[in-house]
Design a protein around this ligand. Structure first.
Ligand code: HEC
Ligand code: HEC
Ligand code: HEC
Ligand code: HEC
Ligand code: HEC
Length: 178
């Protein structure tokens, strides 16, 4: 006869235990690993300046309201303004060089989750969550700065707070991992 397994060998409990550990560690470790230092970008794109002249987030990140990814503007969108804005600067010379060569700009991702996480912008924008809630005050940044502590606990905390009536679905593993 098979020997009865002790409680910590029961698969269900071990998963539950692992999850609790994960959430605790995730909170503690996440904060240490991620810094707010932005990576080196091919052009020092000043968000502050562009948001300051009235460009809306979704004018450049057009996918946010309609799909999973927000997207980045193409060089031709930059050029639509910059072939008219007559300002000389080393950063704009770089932009002109990308446009002239017909190359896309190799921006380094900043706001990024692991591949096994499925995030979708659309339901968040539809629910009225502001970009700033998750990405920080971008209107005061040059290039985008990574935000710390955006782990699983962060997603779940907000789901519980903002949509308690939908908690069953918004905490279901398959909603974010599949
Ligand atoms: C509820 C939190 C949340 C809100 C609100 C939010 N984002 Fe995001 N955003 C994320 C997360 C999480 C990622 C990383 C997604 C990934 O790697 O799969 C991301 C990634 C991005 C990216 C890079 C990848 C991509 O999707 O193109 C851009 C650009 C972006 N967001 C812009 C915006 C803008 C603009 C808004 C407002 C219109 C916005 N986000 C609102 C959480 C949010
Ligand atoms: C809606 C029009 C518009 C779009 C689109 C736009 N820009 Fe600009 N950009 C401006 C204006 C206006 C200025 C301010 C020029 C000045 O200093 O008077 C500016 C300034 C800049 C500067 C700072 C120049 C300096 O003083 O060093 C950089 C760099 C820049 N833009 C890059 C970009 C890039 C890259 C894109 C595309 C991702 C882009 N811009 C898209 C209008 C735009
Ligand atoms: C004129 C175009 C423009 C506007 C307006 C603009 N952005 Fe961006 N955004 C960019 C470009 C170009 C990048 C890539 C360089 C960087 O990471 O800063 C970027 C990067 C980002 C990223 C990181 C994307 C990644 O790949 O990880 C986030 C988040 C973001 N923007 C949010 C915002 C928010 C929020 C607003 C409004 C407050 C905004 N942006 C307005 C052009 C724009
Ligand atoms: C600031 C609050 C907030 C944060 C942070 C947040 N969410 Fe959400 N999320 C919401 C709200 C509000 C909804 C929409 C609930 C509704 O349908 O009314 C939602 C909906 C979703 C949905 C759609 C569920 C469905 O109905 O199919 C997914 C998927 C999701 N979130 C994933 C994530 C992930 C992954 C993260 C973390 C990387 C995250 N969310 C972080 C507030 C948040
Ligand atoms: C609202 C979205 C959301 C839900 C629901 C969710 N997760 Fe996650 N999960 C995340 C995010 C975001 C990460 C990656 C960030 C991190 O390190 O915490 C993650 C990471 C993980 C990891 C990997 C941790 C690591 O350190 O590599 C595991 C395992 C995991 N989740 C299991 C689960 C299980 C099991 C459930 C259901 C009980 C679940 N998740 C429900 C968003 C979610």
């Amino acid at each position: 006869m098979e020997k009865k397994k002790s409680w910590w060998q029961q698969p269900g409990l071990r998963i539950a235990g692992a999850l609790i550990l994960l959430i605790l560690l995730g909170g503690a470790v996440g904060g240490v690993y991620y810094t707010q230092t932005p990576p080196e970008q091919p052009i020092q794109f000043p968000h502050s300046l562009h948001v300051g002249i009235g460009a809306k987030c979704q004018y450049c990140h057009t996918g946010a309201a309609t799909g999973p990814t927000a997207g980045l503007p193409s060089p031709s969108k930059c050029w639509g303004c910059h072939q008219q804005v007559q300002v000389k600067s080393p950063e704009l010379d770089k932009l002109a060089a990308f446009v002239k060569a017909g190359n896309s700009i190799p921006w380094v991702p900043v706001a990024i989750q692991p591949d096994f996480v499925h995030f979708n912008h659309r339901p968040h924008i539809a629910a009225g969550v502001a970009c700033e809630t998750c990405h920080g005050d971008v209107s005061k940044m040059t290039v985008a700065e990574p935000q710390s502590g955006q782990n699983m606990g962060w997603c779940l905390d907000c789901h519980k707070r903002m949509a308690p009536e939908k908690w069953a679905r918004l905490s279901d593993c398959a909603t974010c991992h599949y």
